[in-house]
Write a protein that binds this ligand. Structure first.
Ligand SMILES: [Zn+2]
Length: 171
């Protein structure tokens, strides 16, 4: 599937289809990098072997939405869960990520709203419950321990508020 409200920016970093695996997760990420979405999109379209990563979607700080991989195909964003999931990156950064005095880059209201709208669309189209929305840090094999981490656990994600926004979009 392709999302009508996204800019289509195809990445070569994907595996064709899903080997028959059903999608049962929507995995939430943040980039922990710089703030420009065009640079983040370019990174996810880089086919250099040692840098080949991708997500199905990326959402910038202004709420700008890009789709890099069709949801029918497997993106490379969450080792172990790729076949069963849709991955969404958000341009945002945990404080201290770049240097000890890095203030970080918080998620914005426009970004969270655009994300909630996209996730509501995915849950509706894929017939999944809201429990399917999980942060990358909840994967047992992740090396990115901050990714999608709840503010209540010291991360940058307002998880309860965000899921509330998704629920509102579903209604
Ligand atoms: Zn991640």
């Amino acid at each position: 599937m392709r999302y009508a409200l996204a800019t289509w920016a195809p990445s070569p970093n994907y595996t064709h289809r899903r080997s028959g695996t059903a999608i049962d997760l929507v995995v939430i990420h943040h980039t922990d990098g710089q703030e420009r979405s065009d640079r983040a999109v370019a990174h996810l379209r880089n086919a250099e072997a040692d840098k080949s990563v991708s997500a199905h979607f990326l959402i910038g700080q202004a709420g700008d939405v890009y789709q890099l991989v069709d949801t029918d195909d497997t993106a490379w964003h969450c080792s172990g869960w790729n076949k069963r999931s849709v991955g969404i990156e958000h341009v945002a950064r945990t404080p201290g990520e770049l240097s000890h005095d890095d203030p970080g880059l918080p998620l914005t209201a426009a970004q969270l709203q655009a994300s909630a709208k996209l996730v509501a669309w995915l849950l509706h189209e894929l017939k999944l419950p809201i429990e399917a929305v999980v942060p990358h840090c909840s994967s047992p094999t992740t090396t990115h321990k901050d990714c999608g981490k709840d503010a209540a656990d010291g991360g940058i994600w307002p998880r309860a508020d965000y899921l509330g926004m998704v629920t509102a979009e579903l209604a």
